[in-house]
Design a protein around this ligand. Structure first.
Ligand code: SAH
Length: 391
């Protein structure tokens, strides 16, 4: 009974939300289960070096998203989509989300009535406010609020900003994002900064990064620092290497690696992230780095055609959940980097890609799990591969 109460204290809606599959497990138990899973999955490739856990595994998400809607009585509600549906589970505070971000979302919801703003309703297409997205810097504490609207006009915009800032003076920027499409994507393309700079900055491994609303940034900055530190240690850079940072996002890994390498090339598909990456390189006075906006597979195919093998010494690759592409992996086999550091948020596509890389002449040397998502069943994996064949 006592245990049941404790579970409820963490989250009352976990069943409907479905985000935290492991909300009922003690943290130590979660870590050992993840460690075991990862060890088993990697067993055909190498021994794993355990799992890197969090010291305080609560309220770690620094990117928080709430969907807005109305209940049957037409009261505004905000929260999380019910698992595998478009019904909204009302949530005011979430055990894994940043508490300040959650409080801002509640304030926005409470402000709607007096500003005569109605949440968007998917069925009728009526209403204005679809989502609120909040990003908070872990070290800087900067807070960006993105109001996702169906159309670009926010009534009494100035007063809305004033009232929100009065309630939460910690907010450093507010952006309107317009999403008028019938889509499950949260953010649309059109943006208007209505307060502050339009992005946050945060510090990771001693470097400062600017992150725009649509750029990827790891949701758990405390663990990201551990992940990157380990990834760079795995690469064993000596200052003479040419490094390729594939799927580089805002350039984080490449910029942190640059001081240990001769030069770095970054490639990323999202133009907004590439723009951030270039600004981030300048901001951190990293000169020996260039970024290309392209599909990583296409970019590597071109590179494999144009440059002789072994021009790249170390490849960092950090693909999305779907893993890397055939074109990418085929080109790696031609380019033959000495080492590959593979960062993966999906162990299943990781082992699929490891199989291909093994056939292309690589051996998996080391692997470690990093717990980026406590209370969920997800594990981030990090692997070091090196060339087996000497040619
Ligand atoms: N290394 C970065 C980003 C990792 S997330 C970091 O740690 O912050 C994966 C990144 O891959 C995202 O930025 C996404 O925009 C990008 N991406 C997705 N598909 C891609 C593709 N086909 N080619 C290049 N980049 C891609």
């Amino acid at each position: 009974m006592e245990q049941a109460n404790r579970k409820n204290a963490k989250c009352a809606v976990s069943k409907r939300c479905g985000g935290c599959k492991w909300i009922e497990k003690e943290y130590a138990e979660q870590l050992s289960a993840k460690e075991k899973q990862f060890r088993k999955l990697l067993a055909p490739y190498c021994k794993t070096e355990g799992i890197i856990g969090m010291e305080e595994p609560a309220h770690y998400r620094h990117k928080v998203h709430a969907v807005f809607g109305e209940d049957r009585q037409h009261h505004a509600i905000s929260g999380i989509y019910e698992e595998k549906s478009h019904r909204i589970v009302p949530v005011d505070s979430c055990y894994i989300e940043d508490a300040e971000a959650d409080a801002i979302i509640v304030t926005i919801r409470q402000m709607l009535r007096s500003f005569k703003i109605r949440p968007y309703q998917e069925d009728s297409g009526y209403g204005l406010l679809r989502h609120v997205l909040i990003r908070k810097g872990y070290v800087t504490g900067q807070i960006l609020v993105v109001l996702v609207l169906r159309s670009p006009i926010l009534p009494s915009k100035k007063n809305f900003v004033k009232a929100l800032l009065a309630a939460h003076p910690q907010i450093t920027s507010i952006v309107i994002n317009v999403n008028d499409r019938d889509t499950s994507m949260v953010l649309g393309k059109q943006e208007q900064v209505i307060y502050g700079k339009g992005y946050i900055e945060d510090v990771l491994c001693g470097k400062t990064f600017r992150i725009s609303p649509r750029s990827f940034y790891q949701v758990n900055p405390a663990q990201t620092e551990k992940l990157y530190t380990k990834a760079i240690a795995y690469a064993g850079l000596t200052g003479t290497e040419t490094v390729l940072d594939a799927y580089c996002g805002t350039g984080t890994i490449g910029i942190i690696a640059a001081e240990h390498a001769r030069n770095v090339i970054g490639v990323e598909l999202n133009p907004e992230a590439v723009r951030d990456a270039r600004i981030n390189a300048r901001r951190n006075q990293v000169e020996q780095i260039v970024f290309y906006q392209n599909d990583a597979g296409k970019f590597l195919e071109d590179m494999a055609r144009q440059t002789p093998a072994r021009q790249v010494d170390v490849l960092f690759m950090d693909p999305p959940r779907s893993g890397s592409s055939e074109a990418f992996l085929r080109s790696v086999a031609v380019m033959k980097p000495r080492k590959i550091v593979y960062i993966s948020c999906n162990p299943l596509t990781l082992v699929r890609d490891l199989d291909i890389l093994r056939k292309a002449g690589y051996t998996v040397k080391k692997a470690v799990g990093v717990d980026m998502f406590p209370y969920t069943d997800a594990t981030e994996g990090l692997c070091l591969l090196s060339r087996t064949a000497s040619e």
